[in-house]
Ligand binder design. Structure first.
Ligand code: G3P
Ligand code: CA
Length: 280
């Protein structure tokens, strides 16, 4: 099988938990991913950045300031520095009222791993042991910061270790790589030809209007705003042979738009809510 086998549907829309179930638990922590599996998500999304000592960690921002009790750029910190930080408590103060149950099931005092920095390695281990099929969408964040494809090579090595580089016969690929960087996706395509790639787009540039994607990209990854402003784009991407995965789809009306247009996946902070709305 090749990555090209991820063709446009007719298949039920896949629900992807964005940074885990990040509306209900601190984003990118193991608790958010556990929650996503409990919520019934088909897949989980994670952003990855490389630390100063070459580890891939699941952190969205360039700096750790927003989502931890530390300060500084991920690329300037070592894994041991990040491991000393608390990536969960910021949610306690911001969202406790919204999600009072979170502290009942994921008490960081009982299980510190639930609020510590999550490495891509640990996330893949968790997914492989999840007890059911869960797909993973890994987003490379600013991979050009590291010369020579270091981020992509590290992903390749981890996927190889967990047996995720090549899907089993007759099964669709379990892992895909997403990026706003076409260069990163082209690298992934050349290095890991059986891993599908998703080209993320915030706005529709003129050269992409016809639905075609840059070299090495298999799946279109438009924002919901792009889709709402250009609903004809989905049919064009399908006609060009690309499935469409839309982010970030949190409201019922956005889900309805995506279903009506026949997109293959919605990436959401609220998988439980979206799955209920879909009637699954
Ligand atoms: O799933 C794609 C989406 O995550 C891209 O935006 O900023 O949330 O990483 P961002
Ligand atoms: Ca992301």
């Amino acid at each position: 099988r090749s990555a090209r086998d991820v063709r446009p549907g007719p298949v039920p829309v896949s629900v992807v938990a964005h940074r885990g179930s990040s509306r209900d638990a601190p984003e990118h922590t193991l608790s958010a991913y556990r929650r996503a599996v409990e919520d019934g998500a088909d897949a989980v999304e994670c952003d990855v950045r490389m630390t100063a000592d070459g580890h891939l960690v699941c952190v969205h921002d360039r700096r750790v300031n927003r989502t931890s009790n530390g300060r500084g750029a991920v690329s300037a910190l070592e894994l041991a520095d990040l491991a000393a930080l608390d990536f969960g408590s910021w949610r306690k103060w911001k969202h406790r009222a919204e999600s009072p149950e979170w502290y009942g099931t994921a008490d960081p005092e009982r299980d510190p791993e639930l609020t510590s920095v999550l490495t891509l390695e640990r996330l893949l281990e968790f997914v492989v042991d999840a007890g059911r099929r869960v797909e993973v969408a890994i987003e490379t964040k600013r991979p050009s910061r590291w010369a020579g494809g270091q981020v992509e090579r590290r992903i390749q090595s981890l996927l190889g270790r967990f047996g995720l580089l090549v899907p089993p016969p007759d099964a669709p690929p379990q892992v895909r790589v997403m990026s706003f960087s076409a260069r990163s996706l082209d690298r992934v395509h050349l290095m890991m030809p059986q891993v599908p790639t998703v080209y993320l787009m915030q706005f529709l540039s003129p050269r992409l209007r016809d639905g075609r994607l840059p070299a090495g990209a298999h799946i279109a990854g438009p924002s919901i705003r792009l889709v709402r402003n250009n609903p004809e784009y989905v049919a064009r991407a399908h006609a060009a042979g690309h499935a469409v995965h839309v982010w970030t789809v949190d409201s019922a009306s956005d889900v309805d738009v995506c279903v009506r247009l026949g997109v293959e996946a919605v990436i959401t902070n609220r998988p439980r809510h979206v799955i209920a709305h879909l009637g699954r």
